[in-house]
Design a protein around this ligand. Structure first.
Ligand code: MF3
Ligand code: CO
Ligand code: CO
Length: 255
């Protein structure tokens, strides 16, 4: 395993990449309305990242991914490819943004409800959100990755939902996906130990039904096997000397 420790200068570049990532999510919110296509959302984000931020949308051509953002609607777990389908009232969509600025990546995703949320969709999104934050609150030097996975899994399963196992959080920096893998399930007191200067994502995928997933023939789109709803949120986090810094907070939540 090769876990990079970011220097203070690199941490500053990570802060910038993280802020730009959050700015895209802040910007796109008002466009998520009944009738919009996920292709249209992709185009708006692409142009904003390239033209306004002078940054690079990391997903575009990443291992052959064809678009600049991921849009995962309802029973799509992650890596949904934007297309010409129109969003409808009551849908929920995860928009996953990864921006490269000055060589460093920021990676964050949020759930957006289209029009009026369904009761079950709202509850699932809230549980996934709280699960992510429970994981984030564990982050400090000395924490082991199993501690993070455990609190996430425990909270999700207490709420009778399930955690996807096949996809996980990841170290991040000059590379989109670096070591270590950050599982969203596990046992306390196990796994890799965190040190100041490490940066990684926490991005639990939570299913309303069973945890199992299936990859569609497009090679990207991951769906729940039982077609139950799925929800995900993601932040990029830096380990500091005395805790952590969330690098992808939206403008409304910045200190
Ligand atoms: N942003 C996703 C993550 O959180 C990865 C997307 S890979 C892509 O790790 F190629 F689909 F963009
Ligand atoms: Co990620
Ligand atoms: Co992401």
């Amino acid at each position: 395993m090769n876990v990079t420790i970011k220097t203070p200068e690199e941490q500053e570049l990570m802060r910038t990449a993280g802020r730009l990532t959050a700015d895209v999510l802040d910007m796109i919110g008002e466009h998520v309305q009944p009738g919009v296509t996920t292709d249209e959302l992709d185009r708006i984000c692409h142009d904003y990242i390239v033209d306004e931020q002078q940054a690079v949308p990391a997903p575009l051509n990443y291992r052959g991914f064809p678009k600049s953002i991921c849009t995962s609607v309802n029973h799509v777990v992650c890596h949904g490819i934007p297309g010409d389908k129109r969003l409808r009232n009551g849908d929920m969509v995860n928009i996953d943004i990864t921006v490269i600025k000055d060589g460093f990546h920021g990676d964050s995703s949020r759930i957006f409800h289209v029009g009026k949320p369904s009761v079950r969709g709202q509850r699932l999104a809230n549980v996934a959100f709280e699960a992510m934050w429970l994981g984030i609150r564990q982050v400090r030097p000395g924490t082991q990755l199993g501690d993070i996975g455990h609190v996430i899994q425990n909270y999700v399963e207490r709420n009778n939902f399930s955690v996807v196992r096949e996809y996980c959080g990841h170290g991040i920096g000059r590379q989109f996906h670096e070591d270590p893998q950050v599982l969203h399930y596990g046992r306390p007191g196990t796994g890799f130990r965190l040190e100041p200067g490490m940066a990684f994502t926490i991005e639990p995928m939570v299913n309303a039904g069973r945890r199992h997933v299936r990859l569609l023939k497009d090679g990207w789109t991951v769906v729940t096997r039982d077609h139950s709803l799925s929800a995900q949120w993601e932040h990029t986090i830096l380990v500091t000397d005395d805790g952590h810094e969330v690098l992808t907070l939206g403008a409304a939540n910045r200190p």
